[in-house]
Write a protein that binds this ligand. Structure first.
Ligand code: ACO
Ligand code: ZN
Length: 275
């Protein structure tokens, strides 16, 4: 039961000089839900009903980046870690914004058990939000990512896979493997499949390797590795040995490490896991 479905849909948002058409209903407080166009401050994510209030806010707001720590920077790309407990309102606003592009039921108000990783582009003036993912501080199910969204104005530039790569780098630093929370949306599944294929086939370089070794190298869960290997026809059952074996891929069957995949540079991470 999703109470947000009863609310009228905000058709467009004004965010960082773009007007973006929304995809799904998001449970903004009722008096805001009736606006066809909602104005959102791209830095603190406060939402407003008129250009007038927005402009007045923008002059006063002052901040030019998300709250929290900048834990990764590579050229114009930065990732901030924001704690749902210390930056509660920001994280609630982020979830409300994300919900406009997420079909699945997601959290909006109970943000305290989560950390949020916000991807920004810096242009000399400010850090402009491009996308984010949320992550449970402690996941009993081994999830290393709860919800991911990239703003439509920034999609298909490789940011989705960049964020996914980042989620696995955090797991690797924690010394565990992880998997995204289910169910995945169609676009989520497409992105993960593409990411898994690229990362796993990079491990298949001709040397014998086991599923556990691939998992150690990539922090991808053994189940996700098995399903990916099956999908690229790289796993077969050796009946004499009674076990699965990994087939090596000929170069022409490997997915190309295309330009659309901006890989995270692990050396640029400034972060230590929660203890
Ligand atoms: N149509 C076809 N393929 C697409 C599309 C599309 N509209 N969008 C992305 N892809 C493919 C890309 O081609 C790419 O595959 P390739 O490299 O093999 O060509 C792959 O998906 C990922 O592309 P990116 O550019 O890295 O991803 P993007 O920055 O567009 O972000 C994301 C992907 C986050 C899923 C985005 O589409 C989004 O925000 N969607 C709405 C929210 C959503 O569905 N989130 C996932 C929910 S599941 C969960 O949260 C656990
Ligand atoms: Zn603001």
């Amino acid at each position: 039961h999703d109470s947000s479905q009863k609310l009228p849909k905000i058709e467009c948002i004004y965010l960082g000089k773009h007007i973006i058409r929304t995809w799904y209903t998001s449970p903004y407080p009722e008096e805001y839900s009736s606006s066809k166009l909602l104005y959102i401050c791209e830095y603190c994510l406060k939402y407003m009903k008129s250009m007038y209030t927005f402009k007045r806010h923008y002059e006063k707001c002052g901040i030019r980046h998300p709250p929290g720590d900048e834990i990764y920077r590579d050229g114009k790309i930065s990732i901030f870690e924001v704690d749902g407990r210390s930056s509660k309102v920001y994280c609630q606003n982020l979830c409300l914004l994300g919900k406009m592009f997420l079909d699945t039921k997601t959290l909006y108000y109970d943000v305290e058990p989560f950390l949020f990783y916000v991807l920004c582009e810096f242009d000399g003036i400010g850090y402009h939000i491009s996308g984010y993912f949320s992550k449970e501080k402690r996941s009993v199910n081994g999830y290393n990512l709860s919800c991911i969204a990239v703003l439509p104005t920034c999609q298909r530039k490789g940011y989705g896979k960049l964020l996914i790569d980042f989620s696995y780098l955090l797991s690797k630093k924690e010394g565990v493997y992880g998997t995204p929370e289910k169910p995945l949306s169609d676009l989520g599944l497409l992105s993960y499949r593409s990411y898994w294929k690229t990362k796993i086939s990079l491990c298949l370089n001709g040397e014998p390797i086991s599923i556990n070794e691939i998992s150690k190298e990539t922090a991808i869960s053994p189940d996700d590795i098995i399903s990916t290997l099956q999908s690229i026809d790289a796993l077969f059952f050796n009946e004499t040995k009674n076990e699965f074996e990994i087939k090596f891929l000929a170069d022409n069957t490997k997915p190309k490490n295309d330009n659309n995949f901006i890989q995270i540079n692990p050396k640029l991470l400034r972060w230590t896991p929660l203890v």
